[in-house]
Structure formats: structure tokens, C-alpha cells
Ligand binder design. Structure first.
Ligand code: ADP
Length: 360
């Protein structure tokens, strides 16, 4: 049976230090949810609250309809994989994988079949008799995943499972995890990572965390195309964030008027205009022309990243086909389409004036 995970206003504190602040989040049955955020933002704490290794000071954790907040970890039926594999060094691979089954009191007769099934699933069947020290890092992580899957969990918790692996192995394991999820579509997965590529690749939805709080939650495409906060815009993908004054159907960056969608934002507000670098083009095209000076060019294989100083802001443009690279110091024009820009964090002018008065 498939069941989701629900955080119902979960708060965790160490002494007076609140490290998870009233988290409300639902992982749907069979969904992969990434918890993405910088180090110290509370991601692991949220995961450990589901596993039962930290006790919330308030709020509830539910698996399906069941409130598990007070259950001990071993009774939650959850599979968990952490960064450092945490295999028992003195046990062979098969005994490592059998460990959780014994703890769950699965019948002796059933254990070998379940171990073989889990090792098969992770491509480790021929390594059953080895010790962890006889395996590479990637293989050890596969065994850790097999161990978590052997108990046939409804919920799988993954805490930075790839961060101890080198870049090439990481991308291979990412594909493996995606395949495993296709084979086990009923398992709900909570995946903690600080790596946006992992989150964008694997997750059905991403919950963005910062400073103990949930900042944003949506599909990778939503968060990328329509971030709600500057934090999300810069943490999920790369972003140009420009301070602008809002007009009607347009905004002003210093003296440059730019046509964008201002729906829902009162004229006169200060806001941040977010445009992704790959949506900024070189040359004049359409209604939005940003004139400035080219200050840096980086070649990135399939694109050139241009840095252009526009009214004191370093605007990034990722240009695919650059016939002639303009010289550094040259005046250039950049453009973007009105529909490719998003307005963030609009504040009404008066609030700003008031804040300014209080500051000074
Ligand atoms: P993340 O996984 O996003 O890196 P964590 O959830 O591990 O963040 O940690 C959130 C905050 O909680 C950090 O500031 C961390 O120092 C603090 N913290 C985590 N575990 C403990 C603990 N056992 N005692 C005190 N503070 C802790």
C-alpha cells in the first residue's frame, strides 16, 4: 500500500534554538520530494523527524493517515540511506541487507529471498559475500540502498546519499535512483540535498528550505520559471536579480523602461526583476533593450556567459551561438522577452519610505 508523508506544523528546537520552524509540507504517495537548501537550513532535521531520530517540540508527523510522532524509529517501517553509507564493517553484504529484516522480525525462511531481491534491484547480487571494505564507495552506497529497500518500505528517506561520491559516479547513481523509483512507483521518497542538479533531476517537487523555514515548494519547472522569492530564484538555477520600480505594464531600472507583466503589483512599488541568463540574448530584439559595457566573457562549452555592466549591475547572458565575440569594454545591448521576466518581492513605496525613516 502506498502512503505519503505529512508534516503538520512540525517545530524542532535544540534548547532555545529553533532549527525547524513550523514546517507544513505534504509528500504525496509515490512522490519524490527533494528538500533543497543550504547547509544548516533544517533539511536533515526534517528528515530525522520522519525517521524518529529527533522529537518535535510541537506539531505532528503522519505517514498516510497515521500519526507516527510518538512511535520509536524501528516501528515506523521506513527505509533510510545516509551520506556515509553506515554499513556494518564486520558483516558481509548479505548480512548488512538482512539486518533490518531481522530487526523487523521477518521470518527466517523469508529473509534470503528478500535479501536477494534487494541486491538484485541495486545490481549488487554478485557481491553478497563480500565485506564492505572490499567494495568501492558507489557499491557501498548501493548496498545501503538495498538494505533500506529490503524491508519494503512505503517511505524512503535519503539524506545526501550521493555527496560522498565523485562527480561521475554521482551522475550514474542519480540515473540509478530514478530507475529504482520507476520500479517502485508506490514508494514515497524524501530526498535531502544541497545540490540543485540532483533536486531538478530526481524530484517531482522541490521544497526549498532556508533558515529553518520552508521558503517555496513546487515542481522543478514551476520553481525555475516562476520562483516566488529571490532566495528560490538564485538557489534553483541561475538568475539575474535587478532592483526596479514598478510602473503599469513596465518597470524602470534606473532610467531604462522595460516591458514586463506587472499584473497584481501596484504601480510605485519597488521590486526585483528576475530573468534567467539563458533567456537573455545579445543584440537588440523586441521591446526590452539593456545597454551596457561588456566586462567579462566565459566560454562554457555549449554557451558563452557574457557579463555586462548595466547601470552598475552585472547582468549575465548565456548566449548559444556567438558568431563574433565582442571585445571587453565594448558597448553592447542585451534583450529579453517580456514574458521571460518575473517580478519578485514587490514592496509598496510608502513601506520603503517608512522603513528608510526608521533606519535613519
Ligand atoms: P541541513 O540538513 O539543512 O544542513 P540540519 O537540519 O542538519 O541542516 O541542521 C539545522 C540546524 O540545527 C543547524 O544549525 C545545526 O547546527 C543544528 N543542529 C542539528 N543537530 C543538532 C544537535 N544535535 N544539537 C544542536 N544543534 C543541532
Amino acid at each position: 500500500m502506498s502512503s505519503g508523508i505529512r508534516f503538520d506544523k512540525v517545530t524542532v528546537a535544540y534548547g532555545k534554538n529553533v532549527v525547524l520552524d513550523s514546517l507544513d509540507l505534504t509528500v504525496e504517495p509515490g512522490e519524490v520530494m527533494a528538500l533543497l537548501g543550504p547547509s544548516g537550513s533544517g533539511k536533515t532535521t526534517a528528515l530525522r523527524a520522519v525517521a524518529g531520530f529527533v522529537q518535535p517540540v510541537s506539531g505532528r508527523v503522519l505517514i498516510g493517515e497515521r500519526d507516527i510522532t510518538a512511535l520509536p524509529p524501528y516501528r515506523r517501517g521506513i527505509g533510510m540511506v545516509v551520506q556515509q553509507y553506515a554499513l556494518f564493517p564486520h558483516l558481509r553484504v548479505e548480512d548488512n541487507v538482512a539486518f533490518g529484516l531481522k530487526a523487523q522480525k521477518v521470518s527466517k525462511a523469508e529473509i534470503p529471498g528478500r535479501v536477494a531481491e534487494a541486491l538484485e534491484m541495486t545490481g549488487m547480487a554478485s557481491y553478497a559475500a563480500r565485506y564492505p571494505r572490499e567494495l568501492s564507495g558507489g557499491q557501498q552506497q548501493r548496498v545501503a540502498i538495498a538494505r533500506a529497500l529490503a524491508i519494503r518500505p512505503n517511505v524512503l528517506l535519503l539524506d545526501e546519499p550521493l555527496s560522498a561520491l565523485d562527480a561521475q559516479l554521482r551522475s550514474g547513481m542519480l540515473a540509478e535512483l530514478a530507475r529504482l523509483h520507476r520500479e517502485l512507483p508506490e514508494v514515497s521518497i524524501l530526498y535531502v540535498t544541497h545540490d540543485q542538479v540532483e533536486a531538478l533531476t530526481l524530484a517531482d517537487r522541490i521544497a526549498v528550505m532556508d533558515k529553518a523555514r520552508l521558503q517555496d515548494c513546487g515542481t522543478p519547472q514551476d520553481l525555475y520559471r516562476r520562483p516566488r522569492t529571490e532566495f528560490t530564484a538564485s538557489f534553483v538555477g541561475n538568475a539575474n536579480l535587478l532592483p526596479v520600480q514598478v510602473g503599469s505594464g513596465s518597470v524602470t531600472l534606473r532610467s531604462t523602461v522595460l516591458k514586463v507583466n506587472t499584473e497584481g503589483v501596484a504601480p510605485g512599488a519597488s521590486a526585483t526583476l528576475c530573468v534567467r541568463p539563458h533567456l537573455v540574448g545579445l543584440g537588440e530584439d523586441g521591446p526590452n533593450a539593456l545597454r551596457g559595457t561588456l566586462v567579462e566573457v566565459q566560454w562554457r562549452g555549449s554557451t558563452h556567459r557574457l557579463y555586462v555592466d548595466i547601470a552598475g549591475h552585472r547582468v549575465k547572458a548565456d548566449v548559444r551561438e556567438l558568431r563574433e565575440t565582442p571585445a571587453l569594454g565594448e558597448d553592447v545591448t542585451l534583450h529579453f522577452a517580456p514574458e521571460d521576466a518575473v517580478l519578485l518581492g514587490a514592496r509598496v513605496g510608502e513601506t520603503e519610505v517608512l522603513a528608510g525613516a526608521l533606519d535613519g
